[in-house]
Design a protein. Structure first.
Length: 377
């Protein structure tokens, strides 16, 4: 953690504002598959902690502190040191953040606070999307569940190349096709939200903050009978259009405006009410979310990684798919607010019908560590 001083912080409340302050206490390492409450006595008031059990290493981190890109940097550093000592592996140091590095200002600075000349945000009108949790036939037991699906990287990438696709785009398409197959005749739009890394548009590749935007991929009625090659090209076009710098920066501007409104509120309850209303609105606009940061280069340490999971908050209505590509495999975590595997099964059927093998590794109940908010005096 000496390499990541900006992650060694405590969340405090000062003058009615929440702020990160330096935390010099040791970062906690537990002996368990379940982490400790963050920003609490158990975690030494850190917003990040680690634990290990058997052959698993677990990292818990507050998503408001960083996103998957920032978290992956920590994991790459951790795996470099761990594999070097545990297996006496001689790993390349190129691009790995190590103790003794001079930490550039670009890692510290929040680019959303320093960027200027942002284009006006133009939030388009969206009708409510298909709510996967409210459909007839679904056994909605309200048990938050994660299904882990593994796909051979070589097979999936061959399909991507042959169909002008990218991994995140094609997973979004296969999920859209699965939803449409299960819900013929439904008029509400099937809309997949594909997460976007804002660092490129912000010219801030080293920034550690949570910098996630989104594209909206709608599986329109007229598309549903097209060949999959044409559907893939259409989805790819939607992604290209919505990830142009101007579109991404307009999204940054919209988020900044929301933050200003939030900070203008006088009480926590007002802020909670505002974010709850926003959360409810955004949940209505999407059927599912797909998040993929791209293939991560561990400089050889990936050969020691047999399995990888990425868990985060469960959506209220739809499904969140967290994708990771490591050691020749794609790991897909389907995070959903019910245990019924109907959409996971339909997704896997879509893969197999298109010549892509896959395996359901396991089903687990979603458990995330709590985050303690500082109380006011």
């Amino acid at each position: 953690m000496r390499r990541y001083p900006y992650f060694c912080v405590e969340l405090q409340k000062r003058d009615e504002q929440y702020v990160f302050v330096e935390n010099t206490r040791p970062v906690v390492i537990g002996d368990s598959l379940h982490g400790v409450e963050l920003n609490s006595k158990e975690s030494n008031y850190h917003m990040i902690s680690f634990s290990c059990k058997d052959d698993w290493i677990i990292m818990d981190v507050f998503h408001g502190l960083t996103d998957a890109n920032g978290a992956y940097e920590v994991i790459r550093t951790l795996m470099y040191y761990y594999c070097s000592k545990r297996y006496q592996a001689e790993l390349k140091k190129d691009g790995i953040r190590l103790v003794g590095d001079e930490i550039p200002d670009e890692e510290w600075t929040d680019p959303t606070e320093t960027v200027s000349g942002l284009p006006d945000s133009k939030p388009g009108e969206m009708s409510p999307a298909l709510n996967l949790s409210a459909l007839p036939g679904l056994q909605n037991d309200q048990v938050q569940t994660v299904y882990n699906v593994v796909i051979p990287e070589s097979e999936f990438m061959r399909f991507n190349v042959a169909n002008d696709g990218s991994p995140g785009t094609l997973v979004s398409l296969f999920l859209s096709r699965a939803i449409a197959k299960l819900n013929p005749g439904i008029e509400a739009p099937i809309r997949i939200i594909l997460c976007v890394n804002q660092r490129k548009a912000l010219r801030a590749p080293l920034a550690h903050q949570s910098l996630v935007g989104f594209t909206a991929l709608e599986f329109k009625e007229q598309m549903r009978n097209w060949p999959i090659e044409r559907q893939a090209t259409s989805y790819r076009g939607m992604v290209i259009l919505q990830t142009q710098d101007e579109a991404v920066l307009a999204g940054v501007n919209e988020a900044n405006e929301f933050t200003k409104m939030l900070l203008s509120k006088k009480t926590d309850q007002e802020r909670l009410d505002m974010t709850a209303a926003f959360d409810n609105m955004t949940n209505q606009m999407m059927s599912a979310v797909v998040s993929y940061v791209g293939k991560t280069d561990f400089n050889g340490a990936e050969t020691y990684i047999r399995d990888f999971r990425a868990w985060t908050t469960c959506p209220k209505n739809g499904i969140l798919v967290e994708m990771s590509a490591i050691n020749g495999k794609f790991f897909l975590d389907f995070i959903q607010p019910y245990s019924d595997p109907v959409y996971v099964n339909a997704f896997m059927k879509q893969l197999k019908e298109n010549g892509i093998s896959c395996q359901l590794q396991d089903k687990m109940q979603l458990e995330l560590v709590n985050i303690r908010l500082p109380w006011s005096e």
